[in-house]
Design a protein around this ligand. Structure first.
Ligand SMILES: C[S@@+](CC[C@H](N)C(=O)[O-])C[C@H]1O[C@@H](n2cnc3c(N)ncnc32)[C@H](O)[C@@H]1O
Length: 503
């Protein structure tokens, strides 16, 4: 530890990732689903987007590249993050983003903080439950001073009671790791080994279904991710009500989840659970019941400063005007949802024609609801948007029909080229490509980025054998996997990236 991080990991940099929950369009849709007015940014709106605790700034940079009319400010206290983020933004030739090195504990009182313009949309992803109370208090003071009236804030955090079955695992991983290694990524790896070994002996507190599930998941995550998740001194999961209470002094009111599926009790709770929740009109209690029933471990809450309630008919009329672009190939769509209460079925008769239509290009929600081949009720735009965007099967589109913008193209080219140099070793937690039409990211795999790079290099015909050779597979198995991934990319995702205006 460095001494200046207030217990937060500072010796290892984080990893690039884009999360749709951080995009203003998704925040605005979440607010609408929560019955609160929050407009999607207009195509030419000059909004100010602020990210607090931005890490390497991949998400903020993608949003700046996709929306040249926005001002983006991204803040982190780790100079290694800010230096790398500035290098990337410069390489992409972006003039509408700035990265500031500042500590959120004191930024509200600093001159830099005082000079910040008011923000329309703010995102804090992976920060709140990982930093100590004085930093949380500084964040609240900053939000109180900087969120514009009607502005939205996305804030994610590790949640209780979902995390209760994993507390022993986290504590042991961290405490053992600190004594077994010097740098925090190695500490995390060593700590994890001990946790695994003890779990195999039958250690009682490591046998919960949640601990088992976590251990399985942690088998495949990069050490830098482990370090930022598990090695912070002040990590503390929280109940939703505690977070809502902490943000109240900034006049921020919880309106909905940016994990849009979680706004639909019909999809996440059993009928009996819904009946027991029904008498309560207090949103805090409803959220608590939802958290107790589903055990969700990470919440993506959306808060609005000055929540204005909207009539459901007005809300639905607004949702019908939203455009959606396909974000996964139809063949990859699963019409079943695993929920804590079992499997919820998404009617294929209703969703398949919609997914098929979206493969050809963005469509207006109102038009999707009038597709002749649709089976089922056509009067619920909220569910259509919530389910498709919530599952990541579609993304909202801010500028339908807009051609690829040079800034977004430079961004995509930059990361595709970085990948080429590293021969697919660059680790993305969640890669994506920038699209001016979308006004945000479209999901992409590292292989998709590689294919994009080949297309940009002027290769009009897919030379898969040559591409596989260039990627240097180590054995026959990885060769087979590469072949499958390249075929899938060419058959499905490239079409979507083109349709979504990213290519
Ligand atoms: C888990 S990372 C998330 C990064 C980014 N939001 C993302 O999702 O990729 C949390 C970030 O918060 C930053 N951070 C932690 N404490 C901070 C503080 N007191 N002031 C500013 N940044 C802080 C860390 O340096 C780190 O980059």
């Amino acid at each position: 530890m460095s001494g200046w991080g207030s217990g937060y990991v500072t010796d290892v940099t984080y990893l690039p990732a884009y999360y749709r929950q951080q995009s203003p369009a998704v925040m605005a849709i979440a607010a609408a689903l929560g019955g609160v007015a929050c407009d999607l940014p207009a195509p030419d709106a000059a909004i100010h987007y602020l990210e607090l605790g931005c890490g390497l700034g991949f998400g903020a940079t993608l949003l700046a590249a996709s929306n040249p009319g926005w001002q983006v400010t991204a803040i982190d206290f780790n100079p290694a993050h800010i230096a790398e983020a500035r290098r990337t933004a410069a390489a992409c030739g972006l003039a509408n983003i700035r990265f500031l090195e500042a500590d959120l504990a004191t930024l509200a009182e600093d001159q830099v903080g005082r000079d910040l313009p008011g923000a329309d949309f703010v995102s804090l992803h992976g920060v709140w439950s990982w930093v100590p109370a004085p930093v949380q208090a500084g964040i609240v003071r900053l939000l109180a001073a900087k969120v514009n009236p009607g502005g939205a804030v996305h804030l994610s955090y590790n949640a209780l009671p979902g995390w209760s079955g994993g507390l022993a695992l986290q504590r042991l991983l961290r405490e053992a790791g600190k004594r077994l290694g010097y740098r925090s990524d190695r500490q995390a790896e060593e700590g994890l080994k001990l946790v695994r070994a003890l779990q195999a002996t039958g250690a009682k507190e490591l046998q919960s279904p949640m601990a088992r599930e976590l251990l399985e998941r942690l088998g495949s995550v990069p050490p830098a991710y482990l370090a930022h998740e598990y090695m912070n001194e002040n990590w503390k999961p929280l109940f939703h009500a505690e977070v809502a209470q902490a943000l109240a002094p900034a006049k921020l009111e919880f309106v909905a989840s940016a994990d849009l599926i979680n706004n639909f009790a019909a999809l996440t709770l059993t009928e009996e659970q819904r009946a027991l929740a029904r008498p309560f009109d207090d949103p805090l209690l409803r959220e608590l019941i939802g958290d107790v029933c589903t055990g969700r471990m990470l919440r993506h809450d959306v808060f609005v400063r000055g929540a204005r309630r909207i009539d459901p008919r007005v809300r639905d009329a607004g949702l019908r005007e939203i455009w959606l672009a396909g974000n996964i190939p139809e063949a990859e769509m699963r019409y079943e949802l695993e929920t804590p209460s079992g499997t919820a079925e998404l009617s294929p008769g209703f969703y398949r024609p919609i997914m098929t239509a979206l493969q050809d290009g963005p469509r207006r929600v109102g038009d999707l609801l009038t597709l002749p081949e649709l089976g089922g009720a056509r009067d619920n735009p909220a569910e259509l948007v919530g389910v498709l965007v919530g599952l990541g099967a579609a993304v909202p589109v801010l500028r339908p029909g807009a051609p690829p913008h040079p800034a977004a193209q430079r961004f995509n080219r930059h990361f595709a080229a970085a990948l080429r140099q590293d021969s697919l070793e660059t680790v993305f937690l969640a890669p994506a490509v920038a699209s001016h039409a979308v006004g945000g990211g479209l999901s992409a795999t590292q292989i998709d980025l590689f294919v994009l790079d080949r297309i940009r290099a002027g290769e009009t015909v897919a030379d898969v054998p040559a591409w596989i050779a260039a990627l240097r597979p180590v054995d026959a198995d990885s060769r087979r996997k590469l072949q499958a991934a390249l075929d899938a990319s060419l058959a499905g995702r490239m079409r979507l990236l083109r349709a979504g205006g990213a290519v």
